[in-house]
Design a protein around this ligand. Structure first.
Ligand code: PXL
Length: 296
């Protein structure tokens, strides 16, 4: 008889499907699975592409499906180790996420919210301050939030400052966000100096701050935030320590960006993370390998 395997951890990703452009669910599904975590999903909208740089995209809003899906799962008695929300199509969807957390989360369910609504000092197409207000409420339900610098400034009610981002500015962002999430705030896409990109993480209960720094390649890389948040969410749900989760997630993004750059993939097409997954999975294996058991 082969040895029994432990129960798979299960994450619910609440995010849109942009059919083309490698972001949201088309990133969350493979990245969460590559972490050895089951990825259930509640699609919030169906778009032909993401809304950055592309024009003429199609969109079908799925708000009216979100709670019925969650209620069906609750009736089936399906439990979740984590709920991770990313890009949402409207402030109403943020309210629906709050309600679905109440419907499918248990006391131990980790809630990760990526308040994806803006970048480079500007809201994404179709969003305004009402989206920031809705995310402020939703973030208060989250154990960990992963805003980029623009989103962090919006949530904290501070002005956006373009790069280079001084440590004083990052500290002010953290101070403004300390009461926004229950435990961790990870600010992504920080440019502390020319040619450097970083994610800084604050443990709100201890005030301890750590960072993961990489070489920055020029230009905008769509989907980088989604890869980082998906990996971080799955690693934490699986029980990784926050610092090893941040390191592994950051190196997946770093390697995906390098590959995209080397291949010359058009930026709106998303990151070439596929070839970076094998090394990521080796890292995951290293984190979770236990005496006498495999990580998978
Ligand atoms: O990667 C964030 C994202 C996700 N989904 C949609 C988007 C964006 C960013 O522009 O437009 C539809």
């Amino acid at each position: 008889m082969e040895k029994k395997l432990p129960k798979l951890k299960r994450l619910c990703a609440v995010n849109d499907i942009s059919g083309f452009g490698k972001c949201s669910l088309t990133v969350a599904l493979p990245v969460v699975s590559a972490t050895g975590v089951e990825c259930a999903c509640i699609p919030t909208a169906l778009l032909s592409t993401h809304t950055g740089e592309f024009t003429g995209w199609t969109r079908c809003d799925l708000t009216d499906q979100m709670l019925p899906i969650a209620r069906h799962w609750a009736r089936l008695g399906i439990d979740f180790d984590g709920i991770y929300s990313g890009y949402l199509a409207s402030p109403e969807q943020a309210l629906a996420v709050e309600e679905l957390i109440g419907t499918i989360a248990g006391p131990e369910t980790l809630v990760i919210v990526d308040p994806a609504m803006a970048d480079n000092g500007e809201f994404y197409a179709g969003f305004d301050e009402s989206m920031a207000e809705a995310f402020r409420r939703l973030c208060a339900r989250a154990d960990i939030i992963t805003p980029n610098v623009t989103e962090a400034a919006m949530l904290a009610g501070l002005d956006y400052e373009p790069p280079p981002h001084s440590l004083d500015y990052i500290k002010r962002l953290f101070c403004g966000l300390e009461d926004r999430a229950r435990q961790y705030v990870a600010i992504t896409g920080v440019h502390p100096a020319d040619g450097v990109i970083a994610t800084y993480l604050r443990d709100c209960s201890t005030g301890e701050t750590t960072g993961s720094l990489s070489e920055a390649l020029p230009g905008m890389f769509y989907g980088a935030g989604d890869i980082l948040s998906s990996a971080l969410a799955a690693l934490l749900v699986r029980g990784a320590h926050i610092s090893e989760a941040l390191d592994a997630a950051s190196s997946l993004v770093r390697e995906s960006i390098r590959r995209t750059y080397r291949r010359g993939t058009p930026r709106p097409y998303g990151l070439d993370f596929e070839g970076a997954l094998p090394e990521y999975m080796r890292r995951v294996e290293h984190i979770f390998i236990r005496e006498g058991e495999t990580a998978w």
